[in-house]
Design a protein around this ligand. Structure first.
Ligand SMILES: [Zn+2]
Length: 267
């Protein structure tokens, strides 16, 4: 009995994304490609932005619905291409309880985006920085392939723990900095973007699962740097991990720019 309880607890613990290091790297990089008039909103408050970016994961301890804002099990809708844009349509299709369990990540991004537009309109710098940081967190979560699937921790494919191995352990072990992001471009329909990101991240899943499976054949996972698993897994995954991190920064910058423009480019 004593051995069962910790396993049960582990199975319902929320899975974080990227880990603190990854989210901080994305936050720092996401301010680089902003035009100077927008970048000025964050000047002197970079530390607040970077640290608030970790807050959504901490909020899971206080708000029972928070975990659901960090993922979308797209299989529940028949794949990423079939996820409704309208929240009420999605809720009706799955029913309110299952809807929450399967995740509300793209709608959480939309809601936070709207709050950011309001903060810009109100010319409230602290709110702008805080809402931007929350947005940055959710946007980065949307780039993690394992946040787009019900097989989020490898349970269905016998690859338990893959979530942390891919998005946290590889980053902590091997990613000191990100490549410079491209200049920010405000999307024509910013609220539609999360659906494309999640579909693109989901498409990376088969290769990621295959790389983990190949790397773990006849070796123990062990710790990074100690087991050959990690060198093999990193060789397959480094461009996907680094690519999705830079993309997180670019997509965040794109939405910050769009929100600022939607608010009338306040100075
Ligand atoms: Zn998260």
């Amino acid at each position: 009995m004593n051995r069962v309880v910790p396993l049960l607890i582990l199975s319902v613990l929320p899975l974080p994304a990227w880990g603190p290091k990854g989210h901080r790297l994305v936050a720092d990089a996401s301010l680089q490609p902003l035009p100077p008039e927008l970048r000025a909103w964050y000047t002197g408050r970079e530390a607040l932005y970077r640290e608030t970016c970790l807050e959504p994961d901490r909020q899971k301890d206080h708000d029972p619905e928070e975990d659901s804002r960090h993922h979308l099990h797209s299989e529940a809708y028949g794949g990423p291409a079939n996820v409704p844009f309208d929240l009420e349509t999605a809720r009706k299709r799955l029913g309110p309880v299952i809807f929450l369990r399967r995740g509300q990540l793209p709608w959480a991004i939309g809601a936070r985006y709207q709050r950011l537009v309001e903060a810009f309109r109100a010319q409230d710098r602290t709110r702008v920085v805080v809402d931007s940081a929350w947005l940055c967190h959710y946007v980065a979560d949307a780039q993690v392939p394992l946040h787009s699937t019900r097989n989020s921790n490898g349970k269905e494919t016998g690859q338990r723990g893959i979530h942390k191995r891919w998005e946290t352990a590889l980053v902590d072990w091997k990613v000191p900095v990100l490549a410079p992001p491209r200049p920010a471009q405000a999307p024509g329909q910013p609220l539609r973007e999360p659906w494309s990101w999640i579909a693109e991240a989901h498409a990376l899943l088969p290769a990621l699962l295959e790389a983990d499976d190949r790397a773990s054949r006849s070796v123990d996972y062990g710790e990074p740097g100690e087991s050959p698993y990690w060198d093999t897994f990193w060789a397959s995954e480094h461009s996907r991990v680094a690519g999705q991190l830079v993309r997180s920064a670019e997509c965040t910058a794109d939405l910050l720019l769009a929100a600022w423009k939607d608010a009338g480019r306040p100075r």
